[in-house]
Every structure is written in C-alpha cells, then in structure tokens.
Design a protein around this ligand. Structure first.
Ligand code: ZN
Length: 197
C-alpha cells in the first residue's frame, strides 16, 4: 500500500505516514518528514502558541503522559524553551545548517556539508549590508541565510554561502540567465529585448 503526500506530492509507503484515528484513511495526509518540518516551523515561528497548546494537551491527557513527564513539563518547559531560544541565538551557524538539512530532506536535495562549511560573514557578499550574527524568531533583510550558489546543485561543499535574507529572497530559484533578462527588462523600461529577438 502506498499513499501520496499532499505536501511533497511524493508517493510513499504507508509506514512513512503517522496513523491518525480521526482521518478516513487512518493516516496523516502528509508524510512524516513533511509533518515534522511543518511542526518544527510552527514551533519556531510561534513558540508561545506551541507551549500553550502543549501544556493544555498535557493537562487534558494526564493518562497519556507519565508522571515524570508531567512533572517535567510543568516544572521545566518554561526554562527549556528559554534555553532553546538562547541556544538558537548563540549557535546561528548550527541553526542554519540544521534547518537547511531538514529542508533538503523534505525536498530531496543533496546535503553533504558540515557545520564548519557554514560561515556567517560580517557583510552580505551580494548586497554589502551588515549581517546580523544571530537569528531571531522572524527573518529580516539582514538575517543570515544559507544560499546554494548554483540553485541546480544541492547543499554540497563549494556550493553554499551565507548571504543576507534579502539577497536570497531576491535571487529565489532564478538562473543567472533569468536574472540577466530581468535586469534588461528593468533597465530598458519594459521594452522587452526577448520579444524583439
Ligand atoms: Zn511529504
């Protein structure tokens, strides 16, 4: 039996999906890597909501958590979350590396770099703007972001650089050829050379 994930659209064996009693199929609509990625993103973007949800769940399902777990959640969740937040601020390279790794896993992109390959420069090598050293909850133009220099290749040695979030966003998944055409278009005031050629 196989099932197509509604996120990555890849057909995978049922063991790749978490079971969900409340769904008609009996399985989650998203494969485990996609589901985990989404949960991680939600936790990252909104830790307060996640913490509140988790605490409410622990309170509502005392039979599903061990006594030790329950104690731990009540006593340490606050501290643990603060610690994690601080860890992310103190370890921006590792954070860039690990988020890229999970992204690559979900999208099936080759990933063979080490944390040491992630170097955050003082200035964005594309735009020259100063880069923030740490990564907060939200992205801003000057947040560091891990770029694949050649979009067609994976996170492999020699193909990754840390550039500003803004530069990365502008680049998107464009090819050099496409960007050249875009510049021509912008500088020629909308008179397309492509159409004329
Ligand atoms: Zn998937």
């Amino acid at each position: 039996m196989k099932k197509t994930c509604n996120k990555c659209k890849v057909e995978k064996p049922l063991t790749e999906f978490a079971s969900r009693a409340n769904r008609k199929s009996g399985y989650d609509a998203q494969c485990k890597p996609c589901y985990n990625e989404r949960k991680r993103r939600e936790r990252r973007e909104n830790p307060e909501v996640y913490r509140a949800t988790r605490l409410a769940w622990v309170k509502a399902n005392p039979d599903k958590v061990s006594e030790a777990d329950r104690r731990w959640y009540y006593n340490n969740l606050e501290q643990k979350l603060a610690y994690r937040k601080q860890w992310a601020l103190d370890n921006p390279e590792k954070r860039l590396w690990s988020t890229a790794k999970s992204r690559a896993g979900v999208r099936g992109i080759e990933f063979s770099i080490d944390i040491a390959d992630v170097v955050i420069p003082t200035l964005c090598p594309v735009l020259g703007i100063p880069l923030k050293k740490n990564i907060g909850k939200c992205h801003s133009d000057d947040s560091p972001s891990l770029d694949r220099v050649n979009n067609a290749r994976g996170y492999v040695k020699g193909n990754v650089r840390v550039i500003s979030y803004r530069a990365n966003r502008l680049k998107g998944d464009a090819t050099a050829e496409e960007l050249r055409k875009l510049i021509d278009y912008m500088e020629c005031g909308g008179v397309s050379t492509a159409a004329a050629a």
